[in-house]
Each structure stands twice: as C-alpha cells, then as structure tokens.
Write a protein that binds this ligand. Structure first.
Ligand code: PEP
Ligand code: MN
Length: 456
C-alpha cells in the first residue's frame, strides 16, 4: 500500500511530550503575573494552534552553520534591539535594521575572508527580564515594563498590567516582521553594489579614514566582481536567521512543535533562542526546557560564572557535545573579560566541549549618566571585543561571533563613536525602552574594528 504523508509522520514519545512540561514543576524566574491565569492558558492554547514561524529544516541548517563557526570556519553576527516593540515593527524600521546587519556582515566577510552567519535579534525579542518587579516614579509604584509581549511601557496601571492578549499580538508581530525579513533578504534588497553609498558617512569624518580605506577596497572588489561577470542576482539572496531570548515560558512552550520527520521537539518561535544571564539556574525551568528542544541554543555567561558551573551547564544543554548545538555568549564587561574569560576557555577544553563562543560586549558595560540616561561607552564595547579576541588568541580557541544591540536609525543612546556622541547629545534622540543601542554608524564602525581583529 502506498504510504501517505500522514502515515510518514513520526510522533513524539510520551516521555518526550511529558518532558516539554517538566519546567512547570521547577522554579521559574522572570515570568509575568497574569491577573487571569485561565485567560493566559487560553491564549497559549490559541498560539499552539497557529502555524510555526520558522521551520525545522531551517533550524537544522543554522545548526550546521554554527558548527562551522565553532570550528573557526565562519563568524556569527547577531544584532538588533534590546527589546523590539510592536510600534516599531514598521517596514522602514525593520528594513533599516536588516540593512545595518547586512552591511556589517559585508565588512566582516571581506575583512575576515570567511562566511558570516547573519542573525537578527528580531521577530521575537519582545520579553525582557528586569532587576525589579516594580518601578516607582514620583511616589507612584507600578509593575515594571517586561517587554511588549507582557505589558505596555506607558506608566499607567492599565498599560502596566500583564495582559495575555499580548502573547498573540507578539506572535503576529513576529510573523509580519519575519515576512518582511524574508522579502528583504530574498528579494534583491541586499545588493552588494550599494556598498559605496554607505562609505559616505565615513568620508565626512577625518578620524575614520582607515575605515574609509577598507570600504573603498570592498567597493573595488565589488566592481571587479561585476566586471568579471559575477551573478549579482544570486549574490543578493542571503541567509538570515532570527534569534531572541527564550524568556517567556508560555510563549516558547506553545510555539514548540514536534518535527514530524523524526519526532523531536523544535521551538518554532525563532531559529536560535538563548537563555539569559538571569534565568540560567541549573535547577531552573529555563535550562530544563531549552535542554529538550532541538534548536541551537545559547546561554549568556556573566563574570560570576565559574569553570565548575560552566561544566554542569554544558552537560545539561549539550550532553552529546554536538557541533553547533551550544553557543556561550560571554558578557563580562570590558574591565573583567581579560581576567575571567581565559579560565573558562581553558576549562571548556578540559571537559571536551567545543561550543561556539560569542561576545556580547554590551551587557557588561552599562552605565547611568548623572542626568539619568542608561548608556554605554562605545570605547568600552570595543575594549571588551578586543579582550575577547585576546583571550581566544591566548587559549587557541576561536572567537566565533558577536551579539550586539543595535538599530539602523540615527539614535543617540551610546556614547562616543565617530560622531562623538556625548552626554548632552543623549537627549537628542534616545528611543530605546530598555538598553541603549549602537546607532547605524556606530554599528558599522564596530564591524570595521572587528574585521581588523579577525584579519590580524
Ligand atoms: C539582553 O541580551 O538583552 C539581556 C537581557 O542580556 P543578559 O541576559 O546578558 O543580561
Ligand atoms: Mn539588553
């Protein structure tokens, strides 16, 4: 008898299915407190019935790309907002961010002469961990903003209430963001021939002639390829993956589906999910849940991490030492990276793990100005990146990528860079609802610096 599509489906075992809900029995941090838990359960049920956002085959392809990066054959660029918002999910804003990431990728590809795996902190980066559950302004205390998928930023009781309808709105916003990303990256927008147009900003700034030089070289190389008959239509299609912090357990659980080809669970909310610094407890809900999905997973590693704890974390998340499975995203701070990272790199060698190491040069470098702005110094960001490269060079391991908070817009949220943004400038255009992002120019400048490190 001929086998039908239905017959070919491999179901998950009862143990696998039960495992996906084991997190519910474990301590779980940073979750919403819904006023009406039954309404939240209904929304999660609704999500579970909606189509996947990303597909198992794409996830497998990403795992192979990350395995290349872990082995030193590619470099990973993850970039995007600290917190995406529903209001900023417009065509212009999404296009600007994709463009910034693609431009950085061109600089890195050229500088390092190796493939760059491009990933947005996009199409799902809606939930934020907070250091306090509450925020007080002028004597009024309300729940803290936890990202658009939980509550609103406006400082009113209505807006700050945790609203389960936002779970579904988060899904639809992710879907339309992803739709646009797929269109931009498949439809010819990523045109290398535009490279000369983004050199212009550098030309205006005498401090940046060295970037201008590299940009001019890339421009020449592109012209050479064009003259030699390169198929630019083919080159305009790029692989682009999505990533976000896997924080909101109800959302990630509802988006997790069984891959009918092999009966294993995949989280279809994004290609790559990472566990944050605040939710990576070994006995906690997040580590348990994300250990059970087949996506490549990341985990943030701050300066308090010890070799012993790292080994236990790796054993939980990557027991089989599978290439491309686990990414360790280090965020030590410029002042700590040179002290803490070398010991962890050596330790990982000893327990026979070859994870992908990525630097997040943002989250260990936050400062608050006297005027109350949360910001970061561009120089500290660069210094942490340099420390990351130095530690890997010393250990003989591979500095496989970076995760940066950036936007394609000309915001003034981080200090310094070629435009010399100073404290007084922060007020000009500070738009982030959460952490400060590199603006378009600062992002490109960082890419040029990293390209230099990779080439050296
Ligand atoms: C983030 O990446 O936005 C974040 C909250 O990072 P971390 O968990 O490293 O603090
Ligand atoms: Mn952040």
């Amino acid at each position: 008898m001929q086998q039908t599509f239905e017959d070919a489906k491999v179901p998950a075992t009862p143990e696998v299915l039960a495992g996906l809900d084991r997190w519910r029995t474990l301590p779980v941090r940073q979750q919403p407190t819904w006023a009406d838990p039954a309404a939240a359960a209904e929304r999660a049920q609704e999500l579970a019935g909606l189509p996947p956002l990303v597909f198992a085959g794409e996830i497998d392809r990403l795992r192979a790309r990350l395995a290349d990066a872990a082995a030193g054959r590619a470099f990973v660029l993850q970039g995007g907002d600290c917190a995406e918002t529903f209001a900023a999910a417009t065509a212009d804003r999404i296009r600007a961010r994709v463009k910034t990431i693609l431009q950085m990728a061109v600089v890195l590809t050229y500088g390092a002469s190796m493939p760059v795996v491009k990933m947005g902190r996009m199409a799902g980066q809606f939930a934020k961990p907070r250091s306090s559950d509450f925020e007080t302004r002028d004597g009024v205390t309300l729940p803290a903003y936890r990202g658009d998928i939980v509550n609103g930023f406006d400082f009113t009781p209505e807006s700050r209430a945790h609203d389960p309808a936002r779970l579904v709105r988060g899904y639809h916003t992710a879907a339309s963001t992803l739709n646009l990303i797929r269109a931009f990256t498949q439809g010819g927008f990523a045109d290398l021939r535009e490279v000369h147009s983004w050199n212009k900003g550098f030309a205006a700034n005498p401090a940046n002639q060295r970037y201008e030089g590299l940009a001019r070289e890339i421009d020449r190389a592109v012209k050479f390829m064009a003259a030699a008959g390169a198929d630019f239509d083919e080159l305009t299609r790029v692989e682009f993956f999505t990533a976000h912090e896997g924080l909101l357990m109800e959302y990630e659980r509802a988006m997790t589906r069984i891959d009918s080809r092999n009966g294993t669970p995949v989280d279809t909310s994004g290609h790559f999910v990472w566990i944050g610094e605040r939710t990576r407890q070994l006995d906690g809900a997040h580590v348990d849940f994300f250990s059970r999905i087949r996506n490549p997973v990341g985990v943030k590693i701050g300066p308090t991490m010890t070799p012993d704890e790292l080994e236990r974390l790796v054993d939980r998340l990557d027991p089989d030492r599978e290439p491309g499975r686990l990414t360790l995203i280090t965020r030590m701070g410029a002042g700590r990276v040179r002290d803490v990272l070398p010991g962890l790199l050596e330790a990982a060698k000893a327990f026979e793990s070859t994870p992908l190491w990525i630097t997040d040069p943002m989250h260990g470098n936050g400062i608050t100005t006297p005027t109350g702005y949360k910001t970061r110094r561009f120089d500290d960001v660069v210094d942490e990146v340099r420390g990351f490269f130095a530690a890997h060079r010393e250990a003989g391991t591979f500095p496989g990528g970076m995760n940066v908070e950036l936007t394609g817009d000309d915001v003034t949220e981080c200090l310094g860079g070629s435009e010399h943004i100073d404290e007084a400038d922060l007020a000009t255009r500070y738009e982030s609802l959460c952490d400060p992002r590199l603006n378009h120019m600062q992002s490109l400048e960082l890419a040029f610096l990293v390209a230099e490190e990779l080439a050296s």
